[in-house]
Structures are given as C-alpha cells and as structure tokens.
Design a protein around this ligand. Structure first.
Ligand code: PLP
Length: 367
C-alpha cells in the first residue's frame, strides 16, 4: 500500500548508476533523528483556524506564534467577499503567464494601486513574494555587477543574487559602518552596484536602519532595493513599510514585497520610480515564465491593501510579531516592547472583535 492510498503496482524507480541522491543521505538521517524525538519540522498541520492567531494543531488549541498574518486580514469578510466575487467572475485561475493570456484587468488595477501606495509611476505584480525578490535581484544585476546585501538576508535575495551572476558581497547585518566600508572599497564599481536590504528582517524581526542606509546610497551611489515583505502593513502611515516610515522613500529605487503576510494572500510586487521597470517586466524570468496570480488572490489582495491604507489601527491588531516563526515565537515568548504593550498571552481568552482602527481586524479579546 502506498502512502497516498493506491493499491496498484509500485512505480518506485530503481536507481542503478546515479549518485545524485546520495547527498540527501545526511538530511534523511537528521530527519530520522528528529522524528525519533517526535519533532516534525513540516508536520505542524493546522486542523482548524480559530482566529488569525489561534488554531487547532494535533487536536490541541494553540497560539499560532509563527504566523505572518500581521493584520489578521485573511479572514476579513471584505477580503473573502472580494475573492469569492472574483472567482465567480473570472474563474479559479488565469491558466497562463502575464505575457500570454494571464494579464487580467485585476492585475493592472492592483499594479496601479501599488504604484499609488509608493507614489511612483511603475509597479509589477508577481505570483509569489519569493519570485518578486528573486526575480528582481537576478534581473537587475549581472556578470560584472555587484550585489551588496545584508548578511541576514532572506533566501529569495540570496537565491536571486546567485542567479544574477553578479559578484555578491555581504555587509554585517544592519551595520551602516560596514556597508560604508564596502561601498568605499568598491570605488567606481558602485555605479554597477545594487544594495539590498529588508525593511524588517525576516530572520531576526528587527528594523533596518533605513535613514543611514539611504544616506549612504545617496552619498556613494548605486541602486537601492528594499524588501518590505515583513514591514508592509506594519510600518508607515499607510503601511508602506520601513523606508517610507523612516522618511527616506525617495531614496529607494525598488520597493519589493509580498501579499502573503500582512495582506493575508499570496503574491508579490515591485514598485519603482524608474521607467526601466517596464523593460525589466520583459526581462524577468520569474515574471514571464510562470502563471499569473489567480483572480481571487488578486481581488482579496486589493481589498486588503485598501483596508491597510485606510485603517491604520489594523497594523497592531493581530498580536503577531514580524519576523520568521522561530524568531516570532522567541520574541513572543520574551515579549518585544510592542508585544508586551499590546498582547497578554491568555490563549483561552483569544477571540475576535473589531479593532478601534477598523472593522473586523482580529485581536485578542483582552485588548
Ligand atoms: C524578506 C522576504 N522576502 C520574500 C519572501 C517570500 O515571500 P512569499 O513567502 O510570499 O513568497 C519572504 C517570506 O518569508 C521574506 O521574508
């Protein structure tokens, strides 16, 4: 009997002369050791969601400390209604890439709204946040160029940098002095350099020193890409992210982000003041050679974006902390300044009610 429940003959390939799979042996051993300890890194299955921050896992009611649902919008009735209406009107998928049949009016409307959010003329919508960051990094720089990135960057940044063929130089995490040292060393090559930072770091949950980074970019040159994946909806008057919140949005060449965290959907974007973004659209493999985001996802994202922009109170409503799950859990456990101020961990009392800043944002009942 196969795992999927099939009873027919096994189609398991017998590997005779390949060593390609040998490298997975150490990882298989680690997995077996973890399994023996009852640890299943991919095994936390959410059986039921009770709110944006609470669910049922293995029959137990737990706090979802690792969720990125910062605004709790994945259950907002307005987002759900928008998704339902779009699915009914446009169907469940676009079945094609943006360059072929996959550009629907909804995609263009979302791009216009993102451009408006950042007060820039150009924006692109990607199918995932990973594709946006990886695609931009891989396309903007090439052999002979330099990507100067924060050492604690997300895998999508490293992945894109590697694909680009550019020289990749890391500077110490959130350390403007180290960034400056490396910019100085680059000399004239700065003209061919892409500086990449995150607004709030996915690995650590800390905010980038945007003012200092922007000042260095202005002084030395190069282009600046800010991945606002975790800061979108969390920082800035309208949730624009760390750069705009720090008052240095004008120094940013490429705002990149995801719809999978604060906006409760999936997908990604790039917004830019540069007209060349339209040429980049034609040059980014992760944009061209993949199916475009499904209509329901785009529609719920548009609804969430509108809520994020007009109901700033949502930004502190869900009780989740930006950063990856491990960090999120750790910060939740010890209590960051904001978490301590806004959240008291009493799982049995978690419920939903409208936040002061906007209707239907999830929040603990005790707040
Ligand atoms: C900084 C950063 N960029 C990009 C991504 C990828 O976004 P998505 O998961 O929506 O593809 C993530 C996801 O965690 C991230 O933290």
């Amino acid at each position: 009997m196969h795992a999927a429940g099939h009873t027919g003959p096994c189609h398991c390939a017998k590997v005779m002369f390949s060593m390609l799979l040998d490298k997975f042996e150490p990882m298989s051993r680690v997995q077996a050791e973890l399994a023996a300890l009852g640890i299943k890194p991919f095994g936390a299955v959410t059986e039921q969601l009770l709110s944006a921050t609470e669910g049922v896992v293995e029959g137990r009611r737990v706090i979802l400390a690792g969720t990125n649902n910062y605004l709790g919008l994945s259950f907002d009735p307005r987002c759900i209604a928008a998704a339902q209406a779009a699915a009914a009107r446009w169907g469940t998928g676009t079945t094609g890439s943006r360059m072929a049949n996959g550009t629907f009016a909804e995609h263009l409307a979302l791009e216009a709204e993102l451009a408006d959010l950042y007060r820039v003329p150009h924006a692109m919508v990607f199918t995932t946040g990973y594709a946006a960051t990886q695609g931009l990094c891989a396309t903007l720089a090439g052999p002979g160029d330099v990507i100067l990135l924060d050492a604690d960057s997300h895998a999508s940044i490293y992945g894109g940098a590697q694909l680009s063929g550019a020289e990749v130089i890391r500077f110490k995490h959130s350390d403007p002095a180290d960034l400056e040292k490396r910019l100085r060393r680059l000399g004239e090559r700065v003209a061919n350099t892409l500086i990449v930072v995150e607004g709030i770091y996915s690995m650590l949950g800390d905010t980038a020193p945007m003012r200092e980074i922007a000042a260095l970019k202005q002084e030395y040159g190069g282009l600046l890409l800010v991945d606002e994946a975790h800061s979108l909806g969390v920082l800035g008057d309208q949730g624009e992210g760390a750069a705009v919140a720090a008052g240095v949005g004008a120094a940013v060449d490429f705002f990149v982000g995801t719809f999978s965290k604060s906006l409760g959907a999936t997908g990604g974007f790039c917004a830019s003041p540069h007209a060349e973004l339209e040429a980049i659209r034609f040059s980014t493999r992760a944009y061209i050679f993949t199916a475009s985001a499904s209509p329901s996802v785009v529609a719920s994202t548009r609804a969430a974006l509108a809520i994020m922009r007009t109901e700033p109170g949502c930004a502190h409503a869900s009780g989740t902390t930006p950063g990856n799950s491990t960090t999120g859990s750790r910060r939740w456990a010890f209590g960051s300044a904001r978490t301590r101020a806004r959240w008291s961990p009493s799982p049995s009392r978690i419920a939903t009610r409208p936040s002061p800043g906007g209707a239907n944002c999830w929040k603990p009942a005790s707040m």
